[in-house]
Design a protein around this ligand. Sequence first.
Ligand code: GA4
Length: 351
Amino acid sequence: MVVASMAPGSNSRGRVLPGIPVIDLSLDRSLISQLIVKTCEEFGFFKVINHRVEPSVSAQLEAAGVEFFNLPAAEKQRAGPPNPLGYGCRSIGLNGDIGDVEYLLLPADSSSISNRARIICRKDPNKFSCAVKDYVEAIKELANEILELIEEGLGLGGSGELCKLIRESGSDSLLRLNHYPSNCNRNSNSNNRKKDNDIKSKTWSKRKGRKSSRIGFGEHTDPQILTLLRSNGIEGLQILAPASGVLGSRMAWVAVPPDPTAVFINVGDTLQMTNGRLVSVRHRAMTNYYKSRMSMIYFAAPDLHAWITPLPGMITADNPQRYKSFTWAEYKTAMYSLKLGQNRLDHFKID
Ligand code: GA4
């Protein structure tokens, strides 16, 4: 019985690279829990199919996002600047990172969603907040299911340690809507010129006769516990994964083929509670020359005061504790003090 497979992945130059692990959630639970742990150990990334997030719920949020990003710039700016949440355009985080992206970064708790909806969608705040709430409810369920499976695969079945972290009422989880405009429609004004040059200098693919992609969201790992991403049918997401070649294994950017029916999952830094067993994956998003891409991303995070400390059984004589314990609030302070691509976990390493 095939429960997981490697779908062919290729970068935008068409080079075939190792595939993306696929987990079919309708299949045998004990088998998929082990496969999820295996893929989280190797890649920190996989795609799930046959999940229970209704297509209509995803479509509703996608439509709300499209409607928002189609508003005139001045109207969108009313929901910004991100401090750190809200509407942002090109500027990412607090330390000068930029990308070819505009976004809405929202808290995932119900009352904050309602409050923000009044600013984000003055025309019909109720419709916007329903779209966000329905999606958050469904995707949070999926996050719980995956964390339960991870617990089982790690042999912690039934402990509820991981699920408990994101289920608490004070959970700091976020929802992010990213819109990557197509390059061909992009209008750069003089204010953007310096930023444009910075981005161009990092342009990833330039081949004669081919329109180049630009960096939409630079490489980074996600700080939270688990990230669940759903995008429209436009490619752009890439993960840094081991690619075996003639000279052995090395790390390479692997393009993730888009699939609007699937949810892509990656391990966040905070799953280092497994003492380094599960790895947070470095990833980035490229723009598409012809088509705009939209992704909706749920970052499952604990309460600010929650302690991130190794899970039972993860510290052994052969694998002593690698990271100091920290609260999520402490980790967030470190995350906002660093640039996007910097390694935050290194700051908590035990030497
Ligand atoms: C990366 C993952 C999430 O998108 C995010 C990002 C956050 C932000 O956009 O404000 C950060 C980035 C992310 C990590 C380092 C800091 C903070 C931008 C940045 C430069 C919302 C998150 O939680 O961390």
